[in-house]
Design a protein around this ligand. Structure first.
Ligand SMILES: [Zn+2]
Length: 199
């Protein structure tokens, strides 16, 4: 087997992780705040604390995050991750994840304002509520759902909205997982062995 010795997506261990937005949709970027989410041995938090969530929300152009939001953000993120993993596997979402989503959607609407202007739009007052409303919209949109992909990089597990014309985007980022795959193919060829590319 070819060892993958490249650094995690977040860079070297000494670097403070920076927010990353490769998904093309804030809800998928939320799911991607878990790094190496398909690899239990390397899974890590890209947004490790309340200050980092505040930076993440600002960089994403969303409602500011407070320390009190973090548990709800993580609950929503993990339920969305489980739901999208199920979709990628072609199975129904786990009931517990759906229950969490149900509660998040209902709570978001209960707290949101509905300004008297047409077209009517919910005006969420917190980051978890804003993301819950965006998630409800995304998961209810067949056309968008058909463009949601999980990165094919080994262990990566990041999601993105494939906006390419031919709908054939395979990697969260051609510079990360795409490069790793190219390197793996290259070394496999050099060793004369079978193509070791993932999948
Ligand atoms: Zn990836």
């Amino acid at each position: 087997m070819i060892e993958d010795r490249t650094e995690p997506l977040t860079g070297g261990p000494a670097e403070a992780p920076e927010p990353r937005f490769v998904a093309g949709h804030p809800v998928l970027d939320l799911v991607n705040t878990a790094v190496w989410r398909s690899d239990g041995t390397r899974a890590a938090e890209l947004v490790p604390d309340a200050a980092a969530w505040a930076r993440w929300a600002a960089a994403a152009g969303l409602t500011p995050a407070t320390a009190a939001d973090v548990p709800a953000l993580l609950r929503l993120r993990d339920a969305l991750g489980a739901t999208l993993d199920a979709a990628a596997a072609g199975v129904e979402p786990p009931p517990l994840a759906c229950e969490t989503l149900h509660d998040a959607f209902v709570s978001a609407r209960a707290h949101a304002a509905l300004p008297p202007a047409l077209p009517l739009r919910w005006a969420p007052t917190s980051l978890p509520d804003e993301l819950a409303l965006l998630a409800e919209e995304l998961l209810g949109d067949t056309q968008k759902l058909s463009r949601v992909r999980r990165c094919e990089g080994r262990g990566c597990g990041w999601f993105f909205l494939d906006r390419s014309r031919n709908g054939a985007r395979r990697w969260c980022s051609s510079g990360d997982c795409g490069n790793r795959d190219r390197a793996r193919r290259h070394y496999a060829r050099k060793r004369g062995g079978p193509d070791q590319a993932s999948h």
